[in-house]
Design a protein around this ligand. Structure first.
Ligand SMILES: [Zn+2]
Length: 236
């Protein structure tokens, strides 16, 4: 057995493990500043929804209104251009808007220029359509890469991952709810979806059902739901 080859091989495994963490680890800030939880001493939660706005978002807004909950919506530029009225309605109901790129690409292995343009185009569409300038960015698939940090700085965005992701794009509502209820803790950021990348007319019934089941139970447990800005920057 050649220990030199073994050493090289184990180094490569360690490096690929490190890269996987850098790109997709929820606590990784290697490719740019990123948050994945808020104050762990306060009974507060941030509900966040990615991949909207969509034709299905209004039903979710009605569910959130029922429980008087404000959330943060990470929107894609392409979806906003398809559903501009829905984007404006989300903002009008008091929810916060975040940037989730323009066309929802996987950013790994892309050039810094491509990454900047995806983020800048979404930022511009959100501003032009809703009048809101987002301050939070969430990478599609949670995948960061070289250039994300610089683009965040240039666009004055801060990266946000999550404490718990509901897997609501392929799990039924009961399983999503169970996962969210199990992992909800002080300062938690919950990630769900009001769209499916940039597909029109997505079925988000599992998401809505999970929200209707989990939110009142979490409120009974004493949690308050805040937008990301209220949650991560309570002084502004
Ligand atoms: Zn997404």
């Amino acid at each position: 057995m050649d220990s030199g080859i073994l050493g090289v091989a184990s180094g490569a495994v360690a490096a690929s493990g490190f890269l996987a963490y850098a790109v997709g680890g929820r606590s990784s800030s290697i490719f740019g500043e990123s948050y994945y939880h808020g104050d762990r001493n306060r009974p507060v939660l941030a509900l966040t929804f990615d991949d909207g706005p969509s034709e299905s978002t209004p039903k979710l807004l009605a569910a959130l209104d029922k429980f008087h909950v404000s959330a943060t919506f990470f929107m894609c530029g392409e979806n906003i251009r398809r559903c501009p009225d829905v984007a404006r309605e989300v903002a009008a109901r008091g929810h916060e808007l975040g940037n989730h790129t323009d066309s929802h690409p996987f950013l790994g292995f892309k050039s810094p220029r491509f990454i900047y343009e995806e983020m800048a185009r979404a930022q511009q569409t959100i501003q032009e359509t809703t009048g809101v300038t987002p301050r939070w960015f969430r990478a599609p698939y949670g995948a960061r890469w070289f250039g994300v940090g610089q683009a965040q700085q240039a666009l004055r965005l801060r990266g946000v991952m999550w404490t718990v992701i509901g897997r609501d794009w392929h799990w039924p509502a009961a399983r999503v709810s169970e996962r969210v209820l199990k992992h909800a803790a002080n300062g938690g950021i919950i990630c769900l979806h009001d769209g499916r990348t940039v597909q029109p007319e997505p079925d988000i019934s599992a998401t809505i059902e999970a929200v209707e089941y989990t939110v009142p139970r979490l409120q009974e447990r004493g949690f308050e739901f805040l937008t990301l800005s209220q949650f991560l920057c309570p002084t502004n």
